[in-house]
Design a protein around this ligand. Sequence first.
Ligand code: SF4
Length: 178
Amino acid sequence: MIPEDPLLRIAGIVNDSIVDGPGLRLTVFLQGCQLDCPGCHNPQTHDQNKGDLQTVSSVFSLVKANPLLSGVTLSGGEPLLQAKALIPLAKQVKDAGLNLYVYTGYTFEQLLSESNSDVMTLLRYVDVLIDGPFVLAQKSLSLPFRGSRNQRILDVMSSLKERKAIPVSDEAWGYHPD
Ligand code: SF4
């Protein structure tokens, strides 16, 4: 059973991000990651005992306070380590009519094969998943919303339905490469 107002372990929150998805976004950086990708740009988020504990309701109050937001992004660290506690936040974000983007160091195929019930429940609220670890050899500064070429921008609803990774079309999120 999921507590009504669970605690999240958070590394930081940016409430006016324009780099973690389209439009103006509130980005929550969850504390804790076990992947240790070489060249990770957020190594301070790895320790699962650090960060600040905040309730879902306190995070959502920041969402409600900003009427200019297009959506919310969950990043990290590895947000899916806290999937269970993120479910009520994801539900409130969607009920508020906002879109929800999630970054994960795991691939969509790994998530499907592990079939963690909390992760699968959380994904039902997610519009877009940016998946896969940061790979230094595939680093690119020109990619919108991601750091390395192996990472994909996935349409979660279609991917869950088809049970395979389906990328978001560039047109769908307003990206027009030169
Ligand atoms: S998954 Fe993200 S936070 Fe975790 S080590 Fe890789 S780049 Fe860093």
